[in-house]
Design a protein around this ligand. Structure first.
Ligand code: ADP
Ligand code: ZN
Length: 546
């Protein structure tokens, strides 16, 4: 094995996990490999065919990825081709049946549609593994579900006894189990790498799109440009891409742009300029991604929250590939989290919709927490963290201001309780702020004793408080259809119940970036008398109810 590694790939040693996986495959075991991008997963399926002199079948989602791989393998003297382009398929298939390839790539559609006689001819010629690259595409719970991947299980019966190898860079436990079940893997050998990118600093801030923020952004970027490092700025819309690149240009920083509406040549040109350090800044949508392996990206900025933590991890992970300290800032606005409708197309299944909502909720939670960001990410991917604080994220570094928010929390909880906890957050906030919108009047929510009692705070402030109450377990967020509703948890009920006429138990919460500028030191709720009445009112109602 080492000799083959040296002669074909020029590497002198395996990365420790690679050898384990390859040995597993050679023993005929199914394998699941979850390892970060750039960790060398492809070698796990590239090497066994060379060792045993049989063909390895590899399913991959994109023709462009297969083309790149085939080209690189051919340069190393490894015979390979791909199936999925109608022009060349006939010849390739014919050669494959005679065992002329070390590695044969196919799209999942192709793998499911070729005839059984093709597979039996391949078997006769000799195949040694069936690999599924980007295996998270199998799962409806993943961030990149593809229907065709789901049908790959059919091949299990066509290719009995052949080791199946699933590879992915990101997968939560749910997705991992889904991969194992969908591919009907038998007692698979599971290899999971650490998700911890210790050299990356994680930070999150809420922001307003506008000239003030743009100035700050330009300043942040020019610092890194001066020191020779690169920056990627991920935007959620093409409009943002254009706006930011214009602002940078005006400040004398030349930036490449990249998005899905550009034609192929200008995209390739943009990519090339960035990779070769001819521009140091890339402003892009998430279309800019697969296949970027640039070592010296010092800064990855998200201008708007991504749709899932899987995407965030992958995109921010393009920073600091060389192991040198790099920063990942995420800037978000509340409206980023209301985009579920936009992502939930009509053709989606119930599960897929729920998955999208859950992904967004997790991303929102990541933004809202006042505890260690890294630990949150790690636990999201099912990994235990080393300590309570990583010391390399915004929340670990600067201690947040805190204050007693018991009165405000009480109002919000009481409001939810009054409406039986079956609505979305917007309604509760509108009630507290005294809205007389039609929706409120129709439900007679303007008659509630607490209607308008929270008008001293902005909507965003209340929503930020709700996020804190969710993170701290006083509120629970649920998904109903494609709507998010909020209800009071057992802990929240206990808090409500423990309220005494003139004594609310203190509830110390952090003043998060969304709350800054609004009564940071003390409660602004002026009508203390009313609050007390309210407390009695709820006390009585609770007693009646139980
Ligand atoms: P992944 O599929 O996990 O994203 P790749 O298979 O593309 O990663 O490998 C990333 C890089 O690591 C490639 O440039 C590859 O040549 C290199 N690499 C893989 N295995 C080894 C090894 N054992 N020693 C040195 N470099 C390796
Ligand atoms: Zn931390």
């Amino acid at each position: 094995m080492e000799a083959i590694l040296k002669s074909y790939f020029g590497f002198s040693a395996f990365r420790p996990y690679q050898k384990e996986v390859i040995q597993g495959i050679l023993r005929g075991k199914d394998c699941l490999v979850v390892k970060g991008t750039g960790s060398g997963k492809s070698l796990c399926y590239q090497l066994p065919p060379l060792v045993v002199g049989k063909t390895g079948i590899v399913v991959s989602p994109l023709i462009s990825l297969m083309q790149d791989q085939v080209m690189a393998l051919k340069q190393r003297g490894i015979k390979s081709e791909y199936l999925g382009s109608t022009q060349t398929d006939y010849t390739v298939q014919h050669k494959a049946e005679r065992g002329q390839y070390n590695i044969l790539f196919m799209t999942p559609e192709k793998a499911c549609s070729v005839s059984t006689s093709f597979w039996s001819k391949l078997k006769t010629a000799g195949i040694c593994l069936f690999a599924v690259d980007e295996a998270h595409c199998i799962s409806e719970w993943g961030h990149d579900f593809r229907v065709e991947y789901k049908q790959l299980d059919k091949l299990r019966d066509v290719l009995p006894g052949l080791p199946f190898v699933a590879l992915t860079a990101t997968a939560t436990e749910k997705v991992r189990n889904d991969i194992i079940n969908s591919l009907k893997m038998k007692d698979p050998q599971v290899t999971i790498g650490s998700f911890d990118r210790t050299n990356l600093f994680y930070g999150v801030k809420s922001f307003d799109r506008g000239p003030l923020f743009m100035n700050k952004l330009v300043l942040d970027i020019s610092k890194y440009v001066a020191s020779g490092g690169s920056t990627i700025i991920y935007c959620t819309t093409i409009k943002d891409v254009e706006q930011i690149s214009k602002a940078l240009e005006e400040a004398g920083i030349s930036a490449g742009i990249y998005h899905g509406l550009m034609d192929k040549t200008s995209r390739a040109e943009s990519h090339r300029l960035f990779i070769r350090d001819e521009v140091q800044v890339m402003v892009a949508t998430v279309a800019f991604g697969m296949g970027i392996d640039k070592p010296n990206v010092r800064q990855v900025i998200h201008y708007g929250c991504p749709k899932s933590l899987e995407s965030y991890y992958q995109e921010s992970g393009r920073g600091g590939r060389d192991g040198i300290a790099s920063v990942c800032w995420l800037y978000y606005t509340r409206s980023d989290f209301a985009k579920a409708d936009f992502y939930c197309g009509e053709s989606l299944t119930e599960n897929q919709r729920t998955a999208i909502m859950e992904s967004l909720m997790a991303a929102q939670q990541y933004c809202s927490i006042a505890t260690c960001r890294r630990n949150f990410l790690l636990s999201y991917f099912g990994e235990k963290s080393q300590s309570e604080k990583c010391g390399n994220c915004d929340n670990c570094i600067d201690s947040k201001k805190e204050r007693d928010m018991s009165k405000e929390a009480f109002l919000l909880l009481a409001c939810i309780q009054s409406c039986w906890g079956t609505w979305g957050l917007n309604i509760y906030v509108d009630i507290l702020r005294g809205s007389r919108a039609k929706k409120i009047r129709n439900a007679q929510f303007d008659m509630l004793p607490l209607h308008g009692l929270g008008k001293e705070y902005s909507s965003n402030w209340w929503k930020a408080l709700a996020s804190q109450l969710i993170s701290n377990g006083y509120l629970t967020e649920n998904i109903r259809d494609v709507y998010r509703t909020i209800s009071i948890s057992a802990k929240g009920k206990k808090f409500l119940n423990s309220v005494r006429q003139d004594c609310l138990p203190p509830l110390i919460l952090p003043v998060t970036s969304e709350m800054i500028g609004e009564n940071e030191n003390d409660s602004a709720l002026s009508e203390a008398g009313k609050m007390e009445n309210l407390a009695t009112y709820f006390q009585r109602r609770e007693n009646e109810a139980f």
